[in-house]
Design a protein around this ligand. Structure first.
Ligand code: T4K
Length: 380
């Protein structure tokens, strides 16, 4: 571990030798993409593993988000959260839709259902919430509003692989959910993503949209895109699935160790996981509150000086980027909770093969700065 840089994540990989037979099969078959055998098998195995009805695999979650909006023919305005990765609202702009930002709940950091209704207009057709860090949104409250106003609900569930509430997979809520299988995610296929949908008809439309809109050799029914996952990525996904239980167990241990060691450190708050019966421990966000002796950015710099590279997910807020800033809903006065969270959050390193001594080092540093053992100033 000496002098080694520790990043917020390190992608999980299965043993290389176990991947060789899949590569040989691809080389022998010469089926490289367009819904080949590995692709079909991964869709089926993921449905079984996650407890969902239908999955359509994608080349990444961003194209999946773009396609989900097309599949449901969303128009006009979409209510969403400013506290996410930019891909969430970029998918709206790419579809010619207007994002309407609604503030977040201070405990979950997910969109606050109590603030959604006030943002609904005649043009609103959908809500796109994010299960941020994999923590479930208040799905019942959101669905109630959607039903009342006849709105679609598309969950950006990029962080939510395997998360369950007391009714099973969190991915079964809303009209569609989108997963990311990017290298930095709990379950990765290098690049990849998926749409979870409840019926065959919707899956068929999504499958057409990700294949240029083709229905058969001579029929194109929509201006679809190319969002297909290749056989290489699908074969890797099948192998990753074999190891996912182990990976989540390791993440759970690290999450628990962080919580234990940071308990009682004044000014440091770990995010609550209530509402999840099964967690995936995809991120370890802490909030650096004003009673901590140095600012979040100060702590970020101190950790980096010690070879620890946490990330400020999600700072800056999406609403502050130039392409969103002029929207009326982007005003910081409309988003006080999100604005504060973006100033205070720090995602600490968490990944399956992370040594416990890294947790010890990170927590010792955070605790020692708290007691003023380091020369500390909130102005750093
Ligand atoms: N919706 C939400 C809510 C999302 O969070 C995301 C993506 C999406 C939608 C879109 O999903 P995709 O289209 O990507 O499937 C990363 C990821 O690129 C992005 O997928 C993710 N969310 C976002 C939260 O984080 P960066 O710019 O922070 O990644 P990067 O390259 O700085 O990686 C972070 C650290 O991970 C590095 O410091 C080192 C380590 N790393 C990273 C990669 C890529 C490795 O060790 N190996 C690697 O190959 O965006």
């Amino acid at each position: 571990m000496k002098n080694e840089k520790i990043y917020v994540t390190k992608p999980s990989l299965p043993p290389l030798e176990e991947f060789i037979p899949s590569l040989e099969a691809i080389w022998n078959n010469r089926v490289l993409t367009n819904g080949g055998p590995f692709h079909q098998q991964l869709e089926q195995e993921l449905c079984n593993h996650l407890g969902v009805k239908h999955i359509s695999l994608f080349s990444n979650a961003t194209v999946a988000l773009l396609t989900a909006l097309q599949a449901l023919r969303v128009t006009g305005e979409v209510i969403t959260t400013p506290y996410s990765f930019v891909a969430t609202s970029h998918s709206l702009l790419w579809n010619g839709l207007k994002p309407v930002f609604v503030d977040i709940d201070p405990v979950t950091l997910n969109v606050d259902p109590a603030k959604i209704e006030a943002a609904i207009t005649q043009q609103t057709t959908a809500i796109m919430p994010v299960h941020c860090y994999g923590h479930p949104c208040d799905v019942d409250a959101i669905q109630k509003i959607a039903d009342l106003y006849n709105l679609k609900v598309i969950y950006d569930a990029a962080h939510s692989f395997g998360v369950e509430d007391e009714r099973g997979s969190i991915l079964n809520h809303g009209d569609l959910s989108i997963l990311s299988f990017h290298a930095t995610k709990v379950f990765n296929t290098f690049e990849g993503g998926a749409i979870i949908c409840p019926d065959v008809k919707t899956k068929t439309r999504i499958d057409q949209l990700k294949n240029f809109g083709y229905v058969d050799e001579v029929t194109v029914v929509a201006p679809g895109t190319n969002g297909k996952m290749s056989e290489f990525n699908a074969a890797l996904g099948l192998l990753q699935l074999k190891y996912i239980k182990l990976a989540l167990e390791r993440r759970g241990l690290i999450d628990g160790a962080y919580r234990e060691r940071l308990r009682g450190v004044a000014g440091i708050e770990c995010l609550d996981r209530s509402g999840e019966t099964v967690s995936n421990f995809s991120y370890f966000p802490i909030l650096v509150r004003p009673d901590y002796p140095i600012s979040r950015d100060g702590l970020y710099e101190r950790l980096k000086e010690n070879s620890i590279h946490p990330r400020r997910y999600f700072y800056p807020l999406i609403s502050s980027f130039s392409m969103y800033r002029s929207l009326p809903s982007s005003q910081p006065s409309n988003l006080p909770v999100a604005t504060e969270a973006a100033q205070q959050v720090l995602c600490l390193p968490i990944y399956p093969d992370m040594e416990m001594e890294i947790v010890d080092k990170v927590c010792a540093l955070i605790a020692s700065l708290s007691t003023g053992a380091f020369t500390a100033s909130r102005d750093i």
